[in-house]
Design a binder for this molecule. Structure first.
Ligand code: SAH
Ligand code: SF4
Ligand code: F3S
Length: 470
């Protein structure tokens, strides 16, 4: 595996940016406006990558559509985090044989976290002849060239070599919404949690220069963005690989200094690197949302060690306690894995007790899925599937009760919310902590911050009324 970082030079980028123009001219000469469909699986990092893929497609003269049927280009931006995610991709990729039969000119591309793994390449070569182009995350910046080659040679194109992780500034990007924006601040991951495929498919940790991030944020805010979510697999280690002397807290403050009314969120924080400085910084700025996604994965220190998480139950709890002490209104969410190899019934109970102690607003819960090539996939795993399912259901029930209790405690309180859309005849908004609120109001309010008095709640969401009160 290549562990380097490659910063794409201005010259390389300019060379790449010539391809969309050539593609556009190609279609123009045929008098056709082509269409493209991008399907995104997985996390926000992939959503952000798809915005770049759409940017390149638009510049190449394509109009975006919302279905593979009849589209001239289909891009599947895949996720490899769990077996289920991959199975969905294989199923949907298989179904594209039919759309391609109905529209033989259709060009199909597979990219993202599945692309580049040799087992995936072998299977594609053997059983998916309708796929025209495959490129790994390291090659995303070359999508223009890949598309051009497929269109002009009619041959299958693979860009999957084991390259260093790339950083490419200045690629075109098409954001569907202006109100809320993802901004990647770093790529890759160095942590090698024993269950996780991400470091293998996204390469080593690499940070964007702060000036590039800041100028992107300034542009977004000038164009009406009210919520920026900073993305990275482990945002707390931002800057460690940079020449400039900056850490994640410093970056947060610099973004918060940009004039305008907006909110900054970020994900994901690795508990090992989440520092008191970070919590103090969050507490100090009204522009930084008091929301923290702090995955704990397991409540058992033994399991955490086997996961290679580099913190134990006690340090995790101490960090949460400190964060809550400086931000009493903090909304905490987390990820947890049930049924890691060797997890005993007692160790699972430690996960339950941690949840009860911390009282998360909500949780993302997963059953361990062995990922070929990761150390955990080779660990002995004797717990039957039924027992893992039982633990999973129990955990969800415990969390649902807590979410319901926390949500009902919101009733009677007023929250400043960003109005972000509609749901049937109601408007939707998010509290600073990211909780969903539905209320009646004029759609002209979309894009503004409003005070909402909470009057009702369920496990998943809140309802309320507009109010003048703070
Ligand atoms: N970088 C983030 C997480 C990215 S993956 C972090 O470290 O917190 C999102 C979540 O998927 C993880 O937090 C973990 O809970 C879950 N996950 C990752 N690999 C998994 C696997 N092999 N089986 C089950 N869940 C997994
Ligand atoms: Fe995966 Fe761990 Fe990196 Fe998160 S920190 S992406 S779980 S290896
Ligand atoms: Fe999936 Fe890749 Fe994200 S594996 S969760 S899309 S980083």
């Amino acid at each position: 595996m290549n562990t380097g970082t490659r910063t794409i030079s201005q010259a390389e980028l300019e060379q790449q940016l010539a391809y969309p123009d050539k593609i556009s001219a190609l279609w123009h000469s045929r008098g056709i406006t082509p269409t493209a469909y991008v399907e995104t699986y997985g996390c926000q990092q992939n959503e952000a990558d798809s915005e770049k893929i759409r940017g390149i497609l638009l510049q190449s003269g394509y109009n975006m559509t919302d279905s593979a049927e009849g589209a001239d280009v289909v891009v599947m931006n895949t996720c490899a985090i769990r077996e289920h995610a991959e199975q969905r991709v294989w199923g949907n990729l298989g179904a594209l044989t039919h759309t391609k039969r109905r529209h033989p000119g259709q060009k199909i591309f597979l990219c993202g976290c599945m692309a580049g793994q040799s087992v995936v390449t072998d299977r594609l070569k053997k059983s998916y002849p309708h796929v025209d182009g495959v490129f790994s995350t390291h090659h995303l910046w070359q999508f223009g060239e890949i598309l051009y080659r497929v269109l002009t040679t009619g041959k299958r194109v693979y860009f999957i070599e084991d390259e260093p992780g790339s950083i490419a500034e200045g690629l075109p990007q098409h954001r569907e919404h202006t109100l809320k924006a993802w901004v990647s601040i770093m790529y890759g991951c160095n942590n090698f949690c024993t269950y996780c495929i991400v470091p293998y498919v996204r390469g080593r940790e690499r940070s964007r220069k702060s000036e590039d991030i800041l100028s992107e944020c300034r542009d977004l805010i000038a164009n009406g963005t009210k919520e920026i979510t900073l993305l990275g697999q482990n945002v707390n280690s931002y800057g460690k690989d940079l020449e400039e002397n900056i850490d994640f807290s410093d970056l947060l403050l610099k973004i918060a200094e940009i004039p305008g009314e907006f909110l900054i969120r970020f994900m994901t924080s690795h508990p090992r690197d989440a520092s008191e400085k970070l919590f103090d910084t969050m507490a100090s700025s009204p522009k930084i949302a008091k929301q923290l996604h702090l995955p704990f994965q397991s409540g058992s220190s033994r399991v955490l060690k086997a996961m290679n998480r580099h913190y134990d139950r006690e340090t995790y709890l101490q960090k949460v306690l400190y964060a809550k002490s400086v931000m009493p209104e903090l909304v905490l969410t987390s990820d947890v894995i049930v049924g890691f190899p060797g997890e005993t019934a007692e160790e699972f109970e430690e996960t339950i007790s941690l949840i009860q102690q911390v009282r998360y607003d909500s949780l993302f819960t997963f059953i361990f899925s062995p990922r070929p090539g990761t150390p955990a996939a080779k660990m002995e795993d004797l717990t039957p599937k039924e027992e893992k399912n039982r633990r999973f259901d129990r955990l969800c029930n415990v969390q649902n009760t807590i979410s319901e209790e926390i949500h009902s405690s919101y009733i009677g309180k007023v929250f400043r919310c960003l109005v972000d859309g509609t749901d049937k005849e109601l408007l939707t908004a998010r509290t600073e902590g990211g909780r969903l609120v539905r209320f009646a109001g004029d759609p002209a309010l979309i894009g503004s911050f409003q005070n909402i008095l909470i009057t009702g709640s369920t496990t998943w969401s809140l309802s309320g009324n507009l109010t003048e009160k703070e």
